[in-house]
Design a binder for this molecule. Structure first.
Ligand code: SF4
Length: 371
């Protein structure tokens, strides 16, 4: 099965197991969940798989430096999907990682045709969002791909090991620009180690981004771990970048994915509160046809978008989530009532977020050096 990082492939529940097997992703076992219990995405099983989290744990235990790296393509305002990855980076930063956050403006040009100067305003807006979500800029390194020579340098260096066949096998047939953007991303992912020396790095991603992780691990192995001259290893021994994988949120309205083509499938943080409310009220639930059936059979929270957005993003309290789940399956909680509660929670979150964000716009400009 091919997964495509540029079109957020529709991945069905049963596909996750196949992906795990086919691409050698490790499932999160109880011990790992216990070790990373401070990370709400791992605790709540939103993150279902990983590569090399054990090495991260060792670094934490031994009090050695480690990094979390992620980024955003500045092609529009923050939405539910980008918020998930941004919060994941914040969670790992809170656990002690130095955060590396890349603004993927080369990718927004290659994928969406947005010139660098037009991407700047999105970049500032996105940056203010992640600061408002809790990223601590004092324990972070933030860059724009187009402005970071180290990233481009890695791209050129590793490219000599890359053939068209290899890219075709990983990504399918794409424009050369997208292949190039993938190689620039190799530079992003390796930046913590190139800049500050070998150290474990975790990249929190949606499962659709795994092709980039596999490409980077392969090139790290071949370029940074095995480079020898006269039998001597001349490169420092880099760690293979690790990763965590979350399940992609399907469309709010029941469409297969969140996409601009289906405006009711997601909301951004910049749209009107009325519109956000309307979309939540129209969201697909796991409820039954009517009240009587719901009370008799119970609902199906595992299929419900209201439950999912609360679990991923808007409910801080684990016990409340567990209680809602229980009451839903017993038919004690009804969808109308639960949607009202969800609307209240999301709107109050968004209002607070906007207040925080407004004060952080200047800081975002300063960090990105954009006037
Ligand atoms: S009661 Fe809540 S969790 Fe259950 S199906 Fe309805 S909206 Fe979803």
């Amino acid at each position: 099965m091919k997964i495509d990082p540029w079109s957020s492939s529709n991945i069905l529940e049963e596909d996750y197991l196949r992906l795990i097997e086919e691409f050698g992703i490790e499932t999160i076992k109880d011990l790992t969940r216990e070790r990373f219990k401070d990370n709400k995405f791992i605790r709540r099983k939103v993150i279902f798989g990983h590569r090399d989290l054990g090495i991260i744990y060792k670094a934490i235990e031994e009090d050695k430096p480690w990094a979390v790296m992620s980024g955003i393509k500045p092609s529009g305002p923050f939405h539910l999907g980008t918020m998930t990855t941004a919060l994941e980076i914040v969670e790992f930063q809170k656990m002690g990682a130095k955060a590396y956050y890349g603004i993927a403006d080369i990718e927004s040009w290659e994928d969406n045709g947005i010139p660098y100067d037009e991407a700047e305003e999105f970049a500032v807006d996105n940056m203010a969002d992640i600061l408002a979500l809790g990223l601590n800029p004092d324990k972070a390194y933030i860059w724009r791909q187009s402005e970071e020579p180290l990233v481009k340098d890695v791209c050129f260096k590793v490219s000599r090991l890359v053939t068209q066949n290899m890219l075709n096998a990983i990504y399918g047939e794409k424009t050369f620009g997208l292949y190039l953007a993938a190689l620039v991303q190799v530079g992003d992912i390796l930046l913590p180690q190139v800049k500050e020396g070998p150290q474990p790095t975790v990249i929190p991603v949606g499962i659709d981004q795994d092709p980039h992780i596999r490409l980077t691990r392969d090139l790290t192995r071949r370029y940074y771990k095995e480079k020898k001259e006269d039998g001597q290893i001349i490169q420092e021994d880099f760690f293979l970048p690790g990763a965590t994988y979350h399940k992609l949120l399907p469309g709010l309205d029941g469409s297969e994915k969140m996409s601009k083509r289906f405006p009711n499938s997601y909301f951004t943080f910049n749209e009107s509160l009325d519109s956000i409310e309307k979309k939540i009220r129209g969201a697909m639930t796991g409820g039954r046809k009517n009240k009587e059936m719901q009370e008799e059979l119970g609902g199906e929270p595992q299929k419900c978008m209201i439950y999912k957005i609360l679990m991923y993003l808007f409910e801080e309290d684990d016990e409340k989530l567990a209680q809602d789940f229980e009451e839903c399956i017993k038919g004690e909680l009804l969808c109308g009532e639960h949607k009202r509660e969800c609307v209240e929670k999301v709107l109050s979150y968004v209002k607070e977020h906007r207040k925080r964000k407004e004060k952080l716009i200047d800081k975002a400009r300063e960090i990105l050096k954009i006037e």
